[in-house]
Ligand binder design. Structure first.
Ligand code: NAP
Length: 553
């Protein structure tokens, strides 16, 4: 008997230290952790103790005897990881890191301002608050009246199990020593200088909400949208609530094949009545009910082995009850060299096998998602509205150890009425802090913010999450990232490198319009009770003024 990790895995690795035989991999210290689609349990190592089940924040771990049909494939997926010779051998000792007890001479509590309230911000706050023997005060500043960042505005509404990670963050926000400043934008309601003078350290964890442009002609045509905008809209982000998406077209094309592309495709073809049981924004539900989209074509520039979407999201797509999955067998064909390089029993190859298998199912729905590979858009065409995308066929070539797409010169015109550009998120610069325009991140070394001119560390300034490393990984990947940042911060504290406070006034006096935890609780209760009446997890408020009204009773 063994335990098995399933779809909702958030990679936060809370399960790793509690495993008495260290059979859950990759661990955060292993090289492939940063790129791992999920964590896996070795069926030959598992002693079936169930300790991991108790600590998993998203309920993703089940015993094999409890595995339901929808998750049956995860048995093979978990086992596959360990059939790769690179993963087969590991030390079966538990990985419980020693816990330090601080004993510093200063009686003054360490005061840290965290900017942002998404996963990286909450993991950073939790890491700070869980130091033993160290008095810490963490103030979290969030420009919106609701905390959560991508948990609220990024995770798809039909992935409520993934959103369960938010309950661990809610516990952090309730901790004594943590204060929440919502509706408090740094730069608007409180200056960055005020934070620097009143806190020993500032951790910037504002994520990456902008989209990466494609840089091709026609990108700005009406009907061509960024996926980031669409995702924020259907998730009820107040900044995007007034956008309109005319879904009265038969075919939509999604450019890029990461998990966001699959989220967009799945939402577009899902049965609106199934979505009506989620916390999708009401305005999006209304538009989706009127949608005439019949086909969503997801276009990847490289091959199926290089697809950025994960096996579990592919499986989720295949299980979308309202649509068929279509592939072109010739685009899935792999050479023997490709198979050997991927590893015959690798998880990457499993994903391609799965696409091939799913593609042979007899079509039975009115709607479909077509996965296309080896094609790059070079122009979006239309006269006042999107009418087609011109695609150039690619071939794969090796380039400095990477597999890259090279245009063959063959072109194809794909007629469509909608385009969603889903080629990654991008961070936005913050006034008063350096910004690396090329990478869309704040320049840093393991979380310490650097002056780009001199390369010197800017004392007391730190960064965590997507604005630190770029938009990669899943929710739990931010835990290791935030821990790395907090480790640097604490090393600086110990070495006396943190700047002294120059202003001892409480920042709460300078941010009069902010909401605190009670305010958020009022909004949360209101949304949940509205949801209960409609048998939904919550009905999201999308208007800031309305949120403030509810919060203030
Ligand atoms: P992503 O995973 O980085 O995927 C971006 C995609 O865009 C890749 O397929 C990339 O192809 C393609 N691309 C980039 N530039 C392109 C160009 N000029 N032309 C055509 N294609 C181009 O980004 P994402 O989908 O936005 O996701 C961001 C992060 O959030 C990821 O870590 C993702 O796993 C995570 N996420 C997770 C979930 C989940 O777990 N359910 C859901 C949503 C998002 P190449 O590979 O060839 O560069």
């Amino acid at each position: 008997m063994t335990h098995i990790i399933t779809r909702a895995c958030c990679n936060d690795a809370a399960c790793v230290p509690v495993c008495p035989v260290n059979c859950i991999h990759p661990t955060p210290d292993e090289p492939d952790y940063g790129t791992a689609e999920m964590l896996y349990i070795d069926p030959d190592g598992c002693v079936d103790c169930g300790a991991c089940v108790d600590v998993c924040p998203v309920g993703a771990i089940v015993a094999d005897y409890d595995l339901t049909d929808d998750f049956a494939r995860y048995e093979e997926i978990n086992a596959r990881y360990f059939s790769d010779p690179a993963h087969a051998e590991y030390d079966a000792e538990p990985q419980t890191p020693p816990r330090r007890v601080w004993d510093l001479p200063s009686a003054e509590p360490l005061k840290v301002a965290v900017v942002g309230s998404g996963p990286a911000a909450c993991y950073a706050a939790e890491e700070l608050m869980s130091q033993r023997g160290l008095a810490v005060q963490v103030d979290i500043f969030e420009r919106l009246p609701t905390p959560g960042g991508l948990v609220r505005f990024g995770v798809a509404p039909d992935h409520q199990d993934t959103k369960a990670a938010g309950s661990a963050f809610a516990r952090t926000l309730r901790r004594r020593g943590v204060r929440l400043f919502l509706n408090a934008e740094v730069g608007r309601d409180v200056s960055f200088e005020a934070l620097r003078s009143r806190y020993h350290a500032v951790v910037v964890a504002v994520g990456a909400m902008d989209d990466r442009p494609l840089g091709i002609a026609g990108e700005g045509l009406p009907g061509s949208h960024s996926a980031t905008e669409f995702v924020a809209w259907y998730n009820g982000h107040p900044d995007y609530a007034d956008r309109t998406f005319d879904l009265g077209h038969e075919r939509a094309v999604v450019i890029g094949n990461g998990n966001v592309a699959l989220d967009v495709a799945r939402i577009l073809v899902s049965d609106p009545e199934a979505l009506a049981r989620t916390d999708i924004a009401d305005h999006a539900l209304e538009q989706l009910r009127k949608s005439t989209v019949k086909e969503v074509v997801v276009v990847g520039r490289r091959g199926p082995l290089e697809a950025a979407f994960t096996t579990k999201e592919l499986l989720g797509l295949a299980e979308t009850p309202a649509a068929d999955l279509v592939v072109r067998p010739e685009e899935l064909r792999l050479s023997e060299d490709q198979i050997a390089a991927a590893g015959e029993r690798s998880v990457a190859l499993y994903k391609v096998e799965l696409m091939a298998e799913l593609g042979t199912r007899t079509p039975s729905h009115e709607r479909r998602i077509t996965l296309r590979f080896l094609a790059s858009p070079d122009e979006i065409r239309g006269d006042g509205w999107v009418e087609s995308v011109r695609l150039t066929r690619n071939e794969l070539v090796a380039d400095q150890g990477r597999t890259v797409a090279r245009p063959t010169g063959d072109v194809e015109e794909l007629a469509c009425g909608l385009v969603f550009r889903s080629v990654g998120y991008r961070g936005r610069g913050i006034a008063g802090l350096p910004f690396d325009e090329a990478r869309g991140i704040i320049p840093n070394e393991a979380g310490r913010i650097l002056d780009p001119e001199s390369g010197a560390v800017l004392a007391g300034l730190y960064v965590a999450g997507w604005i630190k490393r770029g938009p990669s990984g899943v929710i739990g990947t931010n835990k290791r990232c935030a821990r790395e940042t907090v480790t640097q911060l604490l090393a600086d504290l110990e070495a006396g490198r943190l700047p002294a406070l120059t202003d001892d006034r409480d920042v709460a006096e300078s941010v009069p319009g902010h909401l605190d935890l009670e305010g958020w609780k009022a909004i949360d209760d209101y949304e949940r009770s509205e949801g209960k009446a409609q048998r939904r997890p919550r009905v999201k408020l999308t208007d800031v003024a309305h949120m403030l009204e509810v919060a203030r009773g």
